[in-house]
Design a protein around this ligand. Structure first.
Ligand code: GDP
Length: 419
C-alpha cells in the first residue's frame, strides 16, 4: 500500500562515524530491503572473507537502486508506520551543500551522527552550522558506537552536553540526542536493553515525531524555467512548480525580464491536460502569446512576484581550497538561473567550527561563514530565504565546481556604478 505521507530526512556525520551502518540498520530493521537482499550481501561477505557489515548492505542497496534511476541518485527511502522516509544521503560536505542549496533536496529534518569514541569532530560542528544556516529546525543527534564505550552513560552525557552547547549558540535545539549502536541495533529501530539509564525514544520513534513542513502550495507560485521547447508553432515552457500552483487562465510574470502573459494550457503526456499543476510537479505549459523566454527566469503570479535585483545581502559558506576573493568574478546559481557575481563587501566572518568572530575584509577562507553583500552582473530574481527557501538559496561556482553556498537575507538597491 502507498504510504500516506513522505518526510525528507538528510543524514550527515563525519566520515566513519557510522552513517552507512545506521542507514543499513534502519532499512533492514524496518523490512525495507528487497527480498533476499540481506542474504545476498551476507553471501558476498562470506565469499570475500570479510565480516558482514550493515554498511555494505546499504551501499549495495544504493548501488542497486541507482541502476534504475537516472536522476538524483543519492535518494533512497524506507517505510515505517504508514510514512515514507526519503533519505538524502550526503557523502561529503560538498555534496551536502550542493544537494541542499541547489534545491535538489528539501530536507525537512536531519539526523547528525557522532561517534561515541571519537566524540565531536570539526566536521560534526560544520554540519551543525550548515543545518542551522539552511534553516533546518528538526534535528536528531545520534551518538553512535555506544558499544565501544561499554554503553556508559557518562561517555554519552559528555558528548551530548558539549554538542548541545554548540548547537545552542546556533539557536538550534535538537529534538533528541540518542545513544545508539548501529552495529548492534541499539536504539535504532528497537529500544536497547544495554542502556537502561536511557528513557528517550529510539531513532525511528524520534523520526516519527517530526512533522511535515507546511505544504508548499500555500506559498506564492514559483516556477523556475528549465527549458523552452518548440513544438510546431507552440512553445512549451518546462520546469517544476516549486511552490504555489500554476493554473490555466492565470496571468503570469517572468522575472527578471518582467514579461507577462496568460497560461493557455498545461501539458500532459497521454492524459487529459490538467487545469492546474501543484507544488512539486514537473511540467510544461504554453502561453496565449508568443513571448521570448529563457531558462533561468522565475514564473510567478502577477500579484506576488519575486524580488529582482543586482545586489543583495547574504549569508554564505565557503568551502573552496582557494579563497573567495573580493573583486574576483564567480558564477552564482539560483534555481535554474546562472549569473556572474562578485563579492562587494564582507560584513562579518565566523569560523564554522569555533563560532569565533574573525576579522577579514578582503577574502573568505575555507570553512568561513560570512555575512556579505553580493552583486551580480545581470538582474537576478530571488526571494528572501525566510520567505521562500527554494528561490532564496544559491551556490557559488568557481571554475566548474561548487565551492560555496548561501541564503538570501535581503535584496538591496542597485549599485550606483554597474558591475
Ligand atoms: P560512514 O563513513 O559514516 O558511513 O561509516 P560506516 O557506516 O561505513 O562505518 C564506519 C566503521 O564504523 C565501520 O567499520 C563500521 O562497522 C563501524 N561502525 C559503525 N557503527 C558502529 C557501531 O555502532 N559500533 C561499532 N563498534 N562499530 C560501528
Amino acid at each position: 500500500t502507498e504510504a500516506s505521507e513522505r518526510l525528507q530526512v538528510v543524514f550527515v556525520g563525519h566520515v566513519d562515524h557510522g552513517k552507512s551502518t545506521l542507514l543499513g540498520r534502519l532499512y533492514a530493521d524496518t523490512g525495507s530491503l528487497p527480498d533476499g537482499h540481506l542474504e545476498k550481501v551476507r553471501q558476498i561477505c562470506i565469499r570475500q572473507g570479510k565480516p558482514f557489515e550493515y554498511a555494505f548492505l546499504f551501499d549495495a542497496f544504493l548501488e542497486e537502486q541507482e541502476q534504475g534511476i537516472t536522476i538524483d541518485t543519492a535518494r533512497t527511502f524506507f517505510r515505517w508506520h504508514n510514512r515514507q522516509y526519503l533519505i538524502l544521503d550526503a557523502p561529503g560536505h560538498k555534496e551536502f551543500l550542493k544537494n541542499m542549496v541547489s534545491g535538489a533536496a528539501r530536507a525537512e529534518a536531519a539526523v547528525l551522527i557522532i561517534d561515541a569514541l571519537e566524540g565531536v569532530q570539526e566536521q560534526s560542528r560544520r554540519h551543525g552550522y550548515l543545518l542551522s544556516l539552511l534553516g533546518i529546525r528538526q534535528l536528531t543527534v545520534v551518538v553512535n558506537k555506544m558499544d565501544l564505550v561499554q554503553y556508559r552513560q557518562a561517555a554519552f552525557e559528555e558528548i551530548a552536553r558539549s554538542y548541545q552547547r554548540f548547537l545552542r549558540e546556533l539557536h538550534l535545539e535538537p529534538a533528541h540526542i540518542i545513544p545508539a549502536s548501529a552495529r548492534e541495533g541499539d536504539n535504532v529501530a528497537c529500544a536497547s536493553s544495554a542502556m537502561p539509564w536511557y528513557h528517550g525514544p529510539t531513532l525511528l520513534e524520534s523520526l516519527a515525531a517530526f512533522g511535515k513542513l507546511p505544504v508548499r502550495s500555500d506559498q506564492p507560485l514559483r516556477f523556475p524555467v528549465q527549458d523552452v521547447y518548440k513544438f510546431d508553432a507552440r512553445r512549451i515552457i518546462a520546469g517544476r512548480v516549486e511552490t504555489g500552483e500554476l493554473r490555466v487562465g492565470d496571468t503570469v510574470v517572468f522575472s527578471p525580464s518582467n514579461k507577462s502573459s496568460v497560461v493557455r494550457s498545461i501539458e500532459a503526456f497521454n492524459a487529459e491536460p490538467p487545469q492546474t499543476a501543484g507544488a512539486g510537479r514537473c511540467t510544461g505549459f504554453t502561453l496565449n502569446e508568443q513571448i521570448f523566454i529563457e531558462r533561468g527566469e522565475i514564473v510567478s503570479r502577477q500579484e506576488t512576484p519575486p524580488e529582482v535585483c543586482t545586489r543583495f545581502r547574504a549569508n554564505v559558506f565557503w568551502m573552496g581550497s582557494n579563497p573567495l576573493r573580493r573583486g574576483s568574478t564567480y558564477r552564482l546559481r539560483l534555481t535554474t538561473a546562472e549569473v556572474e557575481m562578485e563579492l562587494e563587501e564582507i560584513l562579518s566572518v565566523t569560523d564554522a567550527v569555533s563560532l569565533a568572530r574573525i576579522t577579514r575584509s578582503e577574502h573568505l577562507e575555507k570553512n568561513d561563514v560570512a555575512q556579505v553583500v553580493i552583486k551580480t552582473r545581470k538582474p537576478l530574481a530571488l526571494d528572501r530565504f525566510a520567505d521562500i527557501d527554494v528561490t532564496g538559496r544559491f551556490v557559488i561556482v568557481d571554475g566548474c565546481d561548487i565551492w560555496g553556498g548561501g541564503i538570501v537575507m535581503e535584496p538591496l538597491k542597485d549599485a550606483q556604478e554597474p558591475f
